[in-house]
Design a protein around this ligand. Structure first.
Ligand code: ZN
Length: 182
């Protein structure tokens, strides 16, 4: 008699477990990419965590050893960070053939981001948000998972959101590979 009771219960448990598996992908956290930020001597100075949310992509940046003040930060169109100039990272990511800058009538580049402020102790801890790019799928028009790869670069000065081609933001001072070239 006990056995007969046990079997239906086991079935119920199995069915519940199967349903749980089917729903699991929806409840998983959004896709994330962890980016290691390096200075011009290619020493690690922090990280940027890219995560897809309902409101686009967030970039949680934590870094140290930077000059205090405002700095331009952009996503570039090649996934290579070779110091000391980081020219290997190419230009701003620009799949829509736009002009640079939030204040330019033909802007901005998809890879343009809002300036960050580094504290007096050289650290920065901030979260940026952009709806212009995605890390979800490789076949999207605005994906950061391109054949050339992409990189995140912090510049020495402030982006004026208007001057071509990169907002007069000065030289790159930190770089991190978002996705590597294929
Ligand atoms: Zn730009």
């Amino acid at each position: 008699m006990k056995r007969l009771m046990f079997l239906p219960m086991l079935l119920v448990i199995l069915v519940l477990a199967a349903c749980g598996d089917g729903e699991a992908p929806i409840q998983e956290p959004s896709q994330e990419i962890e980016v290691t930020m390096m200075n011009t001597e290619e020493e690690e100075i922090g990280s940027a965590t890219l995560a897809e949310t309902d409101n686009g992509l967030t970039i949680a940046l934590e870094a140290e050893g930077l000059e205090p003040g405002m700095h331009g930060i952009h996503i570039h169109n090649a996934g290579m960070c070779e110091g000391p100039d980081f020219e290997s990272a190419g230009d701003h990511y620009n799949p829509t053939d736009a002009a640079h800058g939030f204040d330019h009538e033909d802007g901005p580049h998809a890879g343009d981001l809002e300036n960050i402020e580094v504290a007096d102790d050289g650290t920065v801890s901030t979260e940026l948000n952009t709806e212009s790019v995605s890390i979800l799928e490789e076949n999207l028009d605005n994906t950061l998972l391109t054949d050339e790869g992409t990189a995140l670069i912090i510049h020495s000065g402030e982006d004026d959101y208007q001057t071509q081609p990169s907002g007069d933001a000065g030289t790159p001072v930190a770089c991190g590979v978002i996705s590597e070239p294929k």
